[in-house]
Design a protein around this ligand. Structure first.
Ligand code: CP
Ligand code: NVA
Length: 320
C-alpha cells in the first residue's frame, strides 16, 4: 500500500498549480492517478491535511452536488470555502473578470467556477495566479466525468480499456466531457442524439484524436438502439440544460424516443450499469423504473463527486 501511495503521489506531482478547465487538462496517466487517489480517499486509506487553504466558489448557475461536494471536500482537507455568490458581490454589478480573478488570487488558494461560456472560465484562468477548476460550463463538466469514470472502475475494475459507454440524449457539456475523458481512458463512447442535437464538432475532433492514441472509439448515432447495443454502461442527462429552459417544450418533442427506459436497457450488456449526472427529470430522459432499478449506480456516482474533487483539490494544491 505504501508503494501505491508513493506511485500515485509522484504521478500527481505534475498537477500542482494547474487549471482544470477541460478533461484534457490532464493526461491519461494523471487522470488515472487522480482516480486512484480518489479511491484511496474514499476507502479511508489515505488522509490529507493541507492546512487552512481557501477554496473560492463562483457559481453563476444553480447547483446542489457540485457546490456541496466541493465544500465538503475542502473541509475534509482541513480548508474552508468562501462562497462568492455573484448576486451579492461586485460580479453581479459587472466587475470585470480580469480584475476579479486577480483580486481573488490574493485571498484564495483555488477557485471552482460554474458559468456559461467556456471563454469566461478560460479568462479567469488566464488572469488568476491560483488554480481554476471548471465546475461546469456550457461546453464541459470535467469534474462530473471524473466521478463517472470512478464509478465505472468500481463496477468493472481499474482498467476500463475496451469498455463501451453509451450516452443517450443531448450532445451537451456532460456528453462532451465523457467523450474526452473516455478517450483518455481507452473507453469507447457512443453518443446517440436526435438530429440537430449532436455534440460540438471541435470536441468530437479532439476526442477522436485522443481516442486514436488510446485505442478507443468515439461515435455519434441518431438511433439510440444502435448506440446502446452491448454497451457496458448507459448514461443520460436532461434534454434542456441550464440556460435552455425556454427550449424545454421544443426539445421534449425532438427527444421523443430518446428516453432511457427498460427497452433500451435490455439491448445493453446483461451486466450494464446505468448512470445519470443528476438532477433528473423522471419519465422524460429516464424512467423511474431504470433510475431506481438494480442496474442504477446513480447515487454512488453522485457520492463520487466528493472523492474525485477531494483528490483534485489535493493534487492541484500540491499537498501530497
Ligand atoms: N451533477 C451536477 O453537477 O449537479 P449539480 O448541478 O447539483 O451541481
Ligand atoms: N447538462 C446539465 C448538467 C447539470 C449538472 C446542465 O448543464 O444543466
Amino acid at each position: 500500500m505504501t508503494s501505491d501511495i508513493h506511485c500515485v503521489s509522484s504521478a500527481l506531482a505534475s498537477i500542482k498549480g494547474i487549471d482544470y478547465l477541460s478533461c484534457d487538462s490532464l493526461s491519461s496517466k494523471e487522470t488515472l492517478a487522480l482516480l486512484e487517489l480518489a479511491s484511496q480517499l474514499k476507502r479511508g486509506e489515505r488522509r490529507i491535511d493541507l492546512g487552512n487553504r481557501i477554496l473560492g466558489l463562483i457559481f453563476n448557475k444553480a447547483s446542489t452536488r457540485t457546490r456541496v461536494s466541493f465544500q465538503v471536500a475542502i473541509a475534509r482537507l482541513g480548508g474552508q470555502t468562501v462562497d462568492l455568490n455573484p448576486k451579492i458581490s461586485q460580479l453581479g454589478r459587472g466587475e470585470e473578470i480580469k480584475d476579479t480573478a486577480r483580486v481573488l488570487s490574493r485571498f484564495c488558494d483555488v477557485l471552482a467556477i460554474r458559468t456559461y461560456g467556456q471563454d469566461e472560465i478560460d479568462e479567469y484562468a488566464h488572469w488568476a495566479s491560483i488554480p481554476v477548476i471548471n465546475a461546469l460550463t456550457d461546453l464541459e463538466h470535467p469534474c462530473q466525468a471524473l466521478a463517472d469514470f470512478l464509478t465505472l472502475q468500481e463496477a468493472f475494475g481499474k482498467d476500463l480499456t475496451g469498455l463501451t459507454l453509451a450516452y443517450v440524449g443531448d450532445g451537451n457539456n456532460v456528453a462532451h466531457s465523457l467523450m474526452i475523458c473516455g478517450a483518455l481512458l481507452g473507453v469507447n463512447v457512443y453518443i446517440a442524439t436526435p438530429k440537430g442535437f449532436e455534440p460540438n464538432q471541435n470536441i468530437l475532433f479532439k476526442a477522436n484524436n485522443l481516442a486514436s492514441s488510446y485505442g478507443a472509439k468515439i461515435q455519434v448515432f441518431n438511433d439510440p438502439f444502435e448506440a446502446v447495443r452491448g454497451a457496458n454502461a448507459l448514461y443520460t442527462d436532461v434534454w434542456a440544460s441550464m440556460g435552455q429552459e425556454n427550449e424545454q417544450k421544443l426539445r421534449s418533442q425532438a427527444f421523443s424516443g430518446f428516453c432511457l427506459d427498460q427497452k433500451l436497457l435490455n439491448e445493453a450488456d446483461k451486466k450494464a450499469i446505468v448512470l445519470h449526472c443528476l438532477p433528473a427529470h423522471r419519465e422524460e430522459e429516464i424512467t423511474t423504473e431504470v433510475l431506481e432499478g438494480n442496474a442504477s449506480r446513480i447515487f454512488d456516482q453522485a457520492e463520487n463527486r466528493l472523492h474525485v474533487q477531494q483528490s483534485l483539490l489535493a493534487a492541484t494544491l500540491g499537498g501530497l
